[in-house]
Ligand binder design. Structure first.
Ligand code: OAD
Length: 265
């Protein structure tokens, strides 16, 4: 009789050892971390764009050309949400989001840069967070970047900012839209301090989000990848583990807590 061998255990232990030794670990997360919450990814086998094609690259240009008309479309979609919008609105954090919040609580992860707009890291309890592509439950002024909750459809299209009178749009970053400077600044500050980066559920092909992670690796610090499939960065990682993030992040977190002598969950 042969004992069953866990293919990931050694890699999980190595990842946990690196995390436990780090002084300032930051994380980059992407659509894959929310896949187990029922939200489809963009690329890959069942990805939204693989099935339906990529959205137009001039979204921001279209918005800028006629913000009032753009808002009418947003209001219409909000009154009659499609399946994906409804899925995102009701999705709940999964084990991977909770594990990452726990890694922050015990002082290991200092900051998460997420490319997701679903708000699930915040819902899981993560506090130090940059939503670099925005958040679907917020509005943002394109002039002064003031954000406010997107609770109701505004009365006037386009809505105007209370602070500066600028045009307000949803916080989600469109194709062709510059990343808000406050997000870029925070990502730069946090990644400059990092001595370790863990990438979870991302193909790491989109700039500038992925660049912040690469820069940490280029300074000679370890990169850890937790992703269902291998990516372009796998071979540059000190540890790359390929399977679902929910179970992997829970196990890595349990090992880190073991090393640091933290009580288990
Ligand atoms: P992608 O859809 O490109 O990649 C998702 C990754 O998650 C893939 O590599 C999958 O293998 C992996 N994956 C799927 N299920 C998983 C699971 N259960 N556990 C772990 N990994 C899993 O998504 P992103 O890399 O996030 O930006 O895409 C980055 C950006 O591309 C998005 O934020 C979006 C798009 O441009 C904007 O729309 C502004």
């Amino acid at each position: 009789m042969t004992e069953s061998v866990d293919p990931h255990q050694e890699l999980i232990e190595r990842a946990a050892a690196i995390l436990a030794e780090s002084h300032y670990c930051i994380a980059l997360t992407g659509a894959g971390i929310s896949a187990e919450s029922g939200i489809p990814t963009f690329r890959g086998k069942d990805g939204l764009w693989t099935k339906h094609g990529e959205p137009p690259l001039n979204q921001y240009e279209q918005f800028s050309a006629d913000p009032a008309e753009w808002w009418q479309n947003v209001a219409e979609r909000r009154r009659h949400p499609d399946e994906l919008t409804a899925t995102i609105a009701t999705a709940q954090p999964n084990d991977a989001h909770y594990a990452m919040a726990e890694l922050e609580r015990i002082g290991v992860i200092k900051h998460i840069i997420t490319q997701n707009v679903d708000g699930l890291h915040r819902a899981a309890g993560t506090g130090s967070l940059t939503e670099i592509h925005g958040c679907s439950t917020l509005l943002r002024c394109i002039s002064c970047n003031t954000r406010s909750p997107f609770d109701e459809i505004p009365e006037l299209f386009p809505p105007r900012c209370d602070q500066c009178g600028g045009i307000v749009k949803t916080d989600t970053v469109m194709f062709g839209e510059p990343i808000p400077p406050d997000c870029l600044q925070r990502c730069y500050e946090e990644s400059s301090k990092a001595d370790c980066v863990i990438l979870v559920g991302t193909t790491a092909v989109v700039s500038p989000a992925a660049d912040f992670a690469f820069a940490i690796g280029q300074r000679g610090h370890p990169m850890i990848e937790v992703n269902l499939d291998p990516t372009i960065i796998s071979r540059y990682c000190a540890v790359a583990i390929h399977d679902k993030a929910g179970e992997l992040m829970s196990r890595i977190t349990a090992e880190v807590k073991d090393i640091l002598d933290e009580p288990p969950a």
